[in-house]
Design a protein around this ligand. Structure first.
Ligand code: PEP
Ligand code: MG
Length: 893
């Protein structure tokens, strides 16, 4: 007997609702987020219509099995349906009183609107009559049936949804009505006949609309599994970097109806405001409607607070559920509910997507409310979401007046060139990649995600706070305004009018997603500040952080800004950026074109006061903190013009023959400039260049020290590959520093170290550390040289490489741990073998990437350095890395 059940023991179907809960919230990988939470809500005694979840494992099997549901799953589905029938007291296909079910997707991570949903399944020509009689509401019955034929046809059978939409519009025109709700029961009965004819005409091979509910159900389940590999879903996973999931689960659940009259309705809500994080109940509902009507943004819904007036009891019940869910999940929830003839049912709960601003406020307030501790609050917020708090705001001093106001759906200000379709956004980006884009649509749909992703901001004329545009924009931290009634779009003509202003394609408009305001033209913006909850969360993060965070800055302004964001020093000052302004570039060119050392020294002497003044500014801005200054790094030809007219001008300016300029440019020309005459190779050949820079650093330090500024200069020598290079340059720099200090009669602590950018330097780090007093990993060049990949020439093939997963992630964005990571780990280990207290950091772009920061923590670096606006991200990432010991951080999406 035991053997008979051996193969049947694997569970593929989990029931929930009506007092049953076979799954629970922590089974998301298997049941998907929706299924796991429906089970959890059932367990908590919250009213959930009965149903069952087919596991994500079945989806994986479905694909292995050539898109067929494995045989041994079918009996469990049949049993699942039987349980629902028993709980509801109705039978699927019963002609007198049919059970109707919804069939919905639900992966482990939420993918809003990306996969298929079929409602009202179980209706047939016969059972629709039963439903009409039983509910005494033929209008409702036929409306449900026509919606089902549409959804089943378009999602399960791949017919164009527009075919049904056109038939609906035609019917409304024939009857002389505007709204769907004005169609009568007889009209809808007629519409069902037309829909079935469309179904028959467009299915291939042509067949009648299925009249066996079990057949409908199996086809619908297949359709949900198929949608997992649909274009929309794949695109969404690519953009959101969702990987490693088995597939989607399928939830089959007894239908409840929000469209049964004025004592019914449906809504979506968040337990706190997902824009601002404020602790208020926030959402929308529609009376006499089905769930999809709210999410699709077709009708503009009512704010949830009005439900208190319309259905006070239901509202109170919802408030109690809101409280219960937050206490249970200890996080903000995004819920869906339906009221059927005065009875409330919950259809979904999940951790709500929120803006970065809201994420921070919710984490801090929940910690203050005692729901979570500081450590959880710090781990709750994804570092990337802080970008949202670092978005520009409209300049309060700006004089422009808004021309219209919509619903503020996702904060931050954005100005951009208007496009009226997602395809046009993609096109504009292809042609002018740096142009800011503002996508203006009536509403958005999942097809638009590629264009939405490229846009700086999104503006729609319809839709509410839970519309597709709002949810997606919020998830991506993009400014968004929805439901802007004053906006009238003519898609064909590619223009819109807003309160009498005509806006054509590529005209500028500005939106403020914090207030909902819309402006014609480009409104100036200002930079953000770190105050309030943001500052609090950062303080909490600092309690756990062990890595220091510095900044890459070349100007006192950037340095000051970074300090306001919490930078603890400068990890990289690229001195070459200081040679481009005004007279400096002239002196620089004089230096490069000099024939003799004396002439070169003379030009360098002219540059010296400028450099010294720059460094004084940096030391003052970083009073008390270390400042790492890198000696000149780029190839010299970058400072000379390559075109005839530019060369002629330089010749005139310097009073030399143009031929001489040409010759020097030709002489400095390199086939592969990134591997040529640059970095430490420059001062090896022209020591006077290094001398001038070292002198400027030390004289600036002496000047500051004399005035009481606490200076900690760190002189950094770039691009060394052998210890000999470093030895030569260090000895010379040290001698000059000592000479200047003794002349000044001062002692200033300073360090001379190097960048690790050439793989050989990492491989021989033990030797390099005999000279270097610190290492700073220049992971831009290190990545370039390790992967043999020019950092400036990847645009052509990188997208394909990422798509084909040759690289899982752009290695210039996040450290290639398997390759470059080995060199870094070895560099740190070998460096410290020689010099146990060797100070080690990173100053490549990766220093501001959360996963790379976690890696830096795991190999034992002392600090990371990143651009000023990424400093808060790095602080939070460093805290999270410390809390997980450098391991992979699990954050809510
Ligand atoms: C690096 O190579 O990582 C680095 C910081 O230097 P740069 O980007 O200036 O070459
Ligand atoms: Mg470099």
């Amino acid at each position: 007997m035991a053997t008979a059940t051996a193969t049947a023991t694997k569970k593929f179907v989990y029931s929930f609702g009506g007092g049953v809960a076979e799954g629970k919230a922590d089974m998301k990988a298997l049941l998907g987020g929706k299924g796991a939470n429906l089970a959890e809500m059932s367990m908590l005694g919250i009213p959930v219509p009965p149903g069952f979840t087919i596991t994500t494992e079945v989806c994986a099997e479905y694909y292995k099995n050539d898109r067929h549901i494995p045989e041994d799953v079918i009996p469990q589905i049949v049993e699942g349906i039987a349980k629902v029938e028993a709980l509801v007291g109705k039978k699927l296909g019963d002609p007198a009183d049919p059970l109707l079910v919804s069939v919905r997707s639900g992966a482990a991570l939420s993918m809003p609107g990306m996969m298929n949903t079929i409602l009202n399944l179980g209706l047939t020509d016969e059972s629709v009559e039963g439903l009409a009689a039983k509910t005494n509401n033929p209008r409702f019955a036929y409306d449900s049936y026509r919606r089902f034929i549409d959804m089943f046809g378009s999602t399960a059978m791949g017919l164009e949804h527009e075919l049904f939409e056109h038939a609906l519009s035609a019917m409304k025109t024939e009857r002389g009505v505007k709204l769907d709700t004005e169609l009568t029961a007889d009209d809808l009965k007629e519409l069902v006949i037309r829909y079935k004819a469309i179904y028959r005409a467009h299915t291939s091979p042509s067949h009648d609309f299925p009249q066996d509910p079990k057949d409908q159900l199996m086809k619908a389940i297949n359709a949900v599994f198929n949608s997992w590999m649909g274009k929309k879903a794949r695109e969404y996973r690519r953009i959101e970097k969702i990987e490693g999931l088995l597939g989607t689960a399928v939830n089959v659940q007894a239908m409840v109806f929000g469209n049964m009259g004025n004592n019914s309705g449906t809504g979506v809500a968040f337990t706190r405001d997902p824009n601002t994080g404020e602790n208020v109940f926030y959402g929308d509902y529609l009376i006499n409607a089905q769930g999809e009507d709210v999410v699709a943004g077709i009708r503009t819904p009512e704010p949830i607070s009005r439900l208190q007036e319309e259905m006070p009891q239901v509202y109170d019940q919802l408030l109690a559920i809101r409280e219960k869910l937050e206490r249970h999940y200890k996080d903000m929830q995004d819920i869906e509910f339906t009221v059927q003839e005065g009875v409330l049912y919950m259809l979904q709960t999940r951790n709500g997507k929120r803006t970065g601003t809201a994420a921070v406020r919710i984490a801090v307030e929940m910690a203050r409310e005692g729901l979570i501790d500081h450590q959880t609050a710090v781990q709750r917020v994804s570092p990337d979401s802080l970008n949202h708090l670092l978005l520009p705001r409209l300049d309060p001093k700006a004089k422009e007046r808004p021309v219209a106001r919509g619903i503020a759906a996702s904060p931050g200000a954005a100005a951009g060139k208007v496009v009226f379709s997602a395809e046009d956004a993609v096109h504009l980006h292809d042609v002018h990649p740096s142009d800011p884009i503002l996508l203006v649509r009536k509403e958005t749909s999942p097809e638009d995600v590629a264009g939405m992703n490229l846009a700086r901001g999104i503006l729609t004329s319809t839709g509410g706070k839970a519309s597709h545009a709002a949810v997606v924009a919020r998830g991506w931290g993009k400014p968004c305004v929805v439901g802007c009634d004053a906006l009238v779009i003519d898609e064909e003509a590619k223009q819109a009018s807003i309160q009498g202003h005509i806006v054509r394609e590529h005209d500028f408009i500005t939106i403020d997603g914090t207030t909902g305001d819309v402006y014609i033209g480009k409104v100036p913006t200002v930079d953000p500040e770190m105050t309030g909850d943001f500052a609090t969360l950062m303080e909490w993060a600092d309690e756990y952080r062990t890595l220091k965070v510095r900044t890459n800055a070349d100007t006192p302004r950037d340095a000051r800004r970074a300090r306001e964001f919490g930078a603890e020093g400068i990890g990289l000052c690229r001195t070459e950026h200081m040679f481009f302004e005004d007279q400096r570039i002239v002196d620089m060119r004089k230096m490069i074109l000099a024939d003799t050392t004396e002439a070169r020294v003379k030009a360098l002497n002219d540059l010296l006061p400028h450099q010294r003044a720059d460094f004084i500014g940096l030391f003052e801005a970083m009073d008390g903190c270390p400042v790492t200054i890198r000696l000149l790094d780029p190839p010299l030809h970058e400072f000379l013009p390559h075109d005839d007219s530019g060369q002629l001008e330089v010749a005139k300016q310097l009073g030399i023959p143009v031929e001489k300029v040409r010759q020097r440019v030709a002489q400095l020309h390199e086939q592969n400039p990134m591997l040529g005459f640059r970095g430490c190779r420059l001062p090896i050949l022209y020591p006077e260049i290094g001398d001038m820079q070292v002198r400027a650093i030390m004289e600036a330090a002496i000047d500051c020290a004399k005035r009481g500024v606490s200076v900690h200069p760190e002189i950094m020598i770039p691009l060394i590959g052998t210890v000999e290079e470093l030895k030569i340059l260090k000895e010379r720099a040290q001698a000059l520093c000592e000479q200047l200090l003794s002349e000044a009669g001062l002692s200033i602590p300073y360090l001379i170290g190097t960048m690790i950018e050439v793989p050989r330097a990492a491989l021989t780090a033990d030797e390099v550390a005999t000279e270097a007093e610190f290492f700073s990993f220049g992971t831009n060049d290190l990545t370039q040289m390790t992967l043999g990949l020019s950092r400036d020439d990847i645009t052509l093939f990188m997208p394909t490489y990422l798509e084909k997963k040759i690289y899982k992630i752009d290695p210039f964005q996040s450290i290639d741990i398997a390759g470059v990571g080995q060199l870094i780990e070895m560099g740190v280990r070998k460096g410290r073998q020689t010099r146990p207290n060797l100070k080690i950091g990173i100053c490549g772009e990766h220093g501001g990437d959360p996963d790379s920061v976690a890696f830096c923590q795991s190999v034992g670096m002392d600090y990371v350095s990143c651009s000023p606006f990424r400093v808060p991200l790095a602080r939070l990432a460093a805290a999270q890395a410390a809390l997980t010991n450098g391991g992979k951080v699990q954050r809510d999406k």
